[in-house]
Each structure stands twice: as C-alpha cells, then as structure tokens.
Design a protein around this ligand. Structure first.
Ligand SMILES: *Cc1c(COP(=O)(O)O)cnc(C)c1O
Length: 380
C-alpha cells in the first residue's frame, strides 16, 4: 500500500484488503491459481517467487495478506482447517513448555491438548480465565502460552483480553486467542494485547457452510513466523487454493453478515429469556450475562451464537430439537442458515456441557420465522 495514503476504515478493509486487480489480465475478481508447481531457472533459480504449492502459492498469499490486514497483524498463515492451525501453533512451542488453557474450550482443541501435548513433551493446566487469580496462579516458570477463547464454545464465556494479556506477558508467556465465534468483524484481539489470533475460517469467515480452513494471525512475525511456515510446509497442513479463494470471498461480506447475525441473535436471545420452558440463556448481549460489560469493551457487537438450557433435562432438549422445522439439526456454525445442536451429544461421553443445553448458530433468515420455529418446538 502507498505509505502516504491514510489506511482505510475497517469495513472498507474487509471488502478491499488485498483486492488489487490481477496484474496479468486486469480481472477484478481474484484468480484461483491451481498450479502445484511454478517455473524456475535451470539451476533452480527463483523466477516468480513461487516454487511448489505446499510452500506457498499466489491464492494463499492473497488471503493471508487480507487476513493480516483486517486483524491488524504483521502476518498471517492459512491452513487446511482450524485444528491444523491450532496444532501448528502448539507445535511451534518449545519442548518441555507449559500451556495454560481455558477449561471451556472448543472440544477439538481440548483433544489436542489432552492427547498430544503430553506426547510432545509438554504440560498444561486448565483454568477458568474469567478469574484472573486462577490464571495468575497457574503460571509456571516454563509457561510459554496462555490459550483462551472468547466468546467460548459452547458456554459463551467472555474473557477479558487485555487483563489476561498482561498476566501472560508479565510471566514471559504469549497469549493465543481463538476468535472464531466473534470473527475479526466484531473483535480484534491483537488490539487488546494478544500475540496471536486463531480462526476456524470454516465458520463465519467462510460464512456459507461450504469450505474448511484455519488461520493464524501474528502480531509479530519475527517470533514464530518462519517456524510456522516450516511446520506447515514440512508437516503439510496446507489449504487448497480453491478453499483459500472461498474464504477470501466470504471475508468480503463478513461485515454485513455479522451485523445481521448479531441483530437476529439478540432478538432470539431476548425472546428465549422470557420463555417459561427456557431455564437460562447464554448470550453476551444480554445485560445479565456475567461477561456483558467486558464484552461491550472489547467487542463491537455480540455475534450470532446463542446457547440455552431447557426444562426437562436431556430428554427435554432432544425433544425440542427433534421438532424444529426451519432450524437444521447440525453441528458447526457461522453459515447463512440457522443450525441447532444438542452439544453434549456431539461432544461425547467426556463432555462437561450441561445435558439440557442447546447451541444455536443464528443465520440470516427473518428473525420472526426463527422465533416462530423455536416457539412451536418448545411448545411440544
Ligand atoms: C470449529 C472450531 C474450531 C476447529 O475448526 P475446524 O475448521 O473445524 O478444524 C476451533 N475453534 C472453534 C471455536 C471452532 O468453532
């Protein structure tokens, strides 16, 4: 970018970051380069900046430039999935390192922590980072990383980013934030002191339930950038150019979509909170949510995810889910269509999620139709 030009405002960057016309053709929509290999000189000389698809490729570079721009990071790396991004970052940590992780965490990241950190010679402590004292007392001399998720999955816990970043840094550790639920449209953790942000781009960034991907955005590329690019190249968790292209396409409409997801979720959360068969609603936009004030400080809106518990225990929740007509019973989140899931069933026998909890990904439909669907299902 021309250094004399004032950087554009955030919404403009969502739409236009890394949107230069294709230099070869002038195409405005970005090209998808599917080539696995790139011409080099007879002695292996670099001619065009690319060698082999697993190392780097033009479509991936365009997406990475856009993501680094919108999150406010120095660099970004994209991966085949959110979990490929998560595991790559953990593999960049030193052997013998200790990691402090949030207890209410996406269950796949928890599985990496429980099953693979010990294999990699690392240790961990689980905490509730809403209590800063718990984070503080979990820090050890070998702690290299604090890993949090806010809002968290599936309990929508809100963690104070700036406060946890201070604790991590005071102990010489880094702060990693899984920002999948908020997306960069609503929350940019690097602005609050985090060192790295992770996204499952499968969710809001892709936005249409048709692409899998993951991303890391680094505040300071000199810390782990080269190592992470090596890990991705050598261990192979790369994304395909077509998937990178779909995520970039999703990024262009992220701002508009998140506005509507949030407005719909707020309407549904308010309605659910008044329903006699609903015990509790977990949505940070409700003023009685314990993290509401922190969320207002660090998020520009509260997102499209709503969890709630219903009367009648597990059976009550499953019965409700079985009568939905517009919501689809499906896992995942962040697409245009509304989804609902009995989360304990999906997380399996070791789940700590309440058995009567339902997690909803509120889509872009008319909120009156969504409320009508929940109403007829709750009445059964
Ligand atoms: C889905 C999800 C992941 C994992 O991402 P995949 O793309 O499914 O590998 C990680 N964190 C959160 C919060 C998620 O929702």
């Amino acid at each position: 970018m021309d250094p004399d030009k004032k950087p554009h405002r955030f919404t403009t960057r969502l739409v236009r970051a890394a949107s230069d016309a294709d230099p070869a053709t002038g195409a405005i929509a970005p090209p998808i380069h599917l080539s696995t290999t790139f011409e080099h000189g007879p002695g292996g000389e670099d001619l065009h900046g690319f060698t082999y698809i697993r190392e780097s490729n033009p479509t991936q570079e365009r997406l990475q430039e856009a993501l680094a721009n919108v999150e406010g990071g120095q660099s970004s790396l994209v991966f085949a999935s959110g979990l490929a991004a998560a595991s790559a970052f953990l593999q960049a940590m030193p052997q013998g390192g200790h990691v402090v992780v949030q207890r209410d965490l996406y269950h796949g990241v928890k599985e990496i922590v429980h099953r693979f950190l010990p294999r990699w010679g690392m240790t961990y402590t689980e905490v509730d980072p809403r209590s800063l004292g718990e984070v503080e007392s979990a820090m050890e001399p070998s702690t290299c990383l604090v890993w949090i998720e806010t809002p968290s999955n599936p309990l929508l816990q809100i963690v104070d980013l700036a406060a946890v970043a201070q604790i991590a840094h005071r102990h010489g550790a880094e702060l990693m934030v899984d920002g999948t639920f908020a997306s960069p449209a609503l929350q940019r953790p690097l602005e609050h002191g985090a060192d790295v942000v992770m996204h499952s781009t499968t969710k809001y960034l892709g936005g249409h339930s048709d692409v899998q991907g993951g991303a890391l955005i680094l505040a300071d590329d000199s810390r782990h950038g080269d190592d992470l690019r090596d890990i991705r190249k050598i261990l192979g968790g790369v994304s395909s150019p077509f998937n990178d292209w779909l995520v970039l396409r999703g990024l262009r409409t992220l701002g508009c979509r998140m506005e509507r997801h949030g407005a719909n979720a707020m309407a549904l959360a308010r309605w659910l909170a008044e329903h006699p068969k609903v015990e509790r609603v977990y949505y940070p936009g409700l003023p009685d949510h314990p993290g509401h004030d922190v969320a207002r400080r660090q998020m520009s809106a509260f997102g499209g995810m709503v969890s709630f518990t219903v009367v009648g225990g597990r059976q009550g929740a499953v019965t409700m889910a079985s009568h939905l007509r517009l919501f689809s019973n499906a896992t995942s989140l962040g697409g245009v269509e509304s989804l609902l899931e009995h989360r304990a069933s999906s997380e399996g026998p070791e789940t700590t999620t309440p058995q009567n909890l339902l997690r909803a990904s509120i889509g872009l439909e008319d909120p009156a139709d969504l409320i009508a669907d929940l109403e007829q299902a709750l009445d059964r």
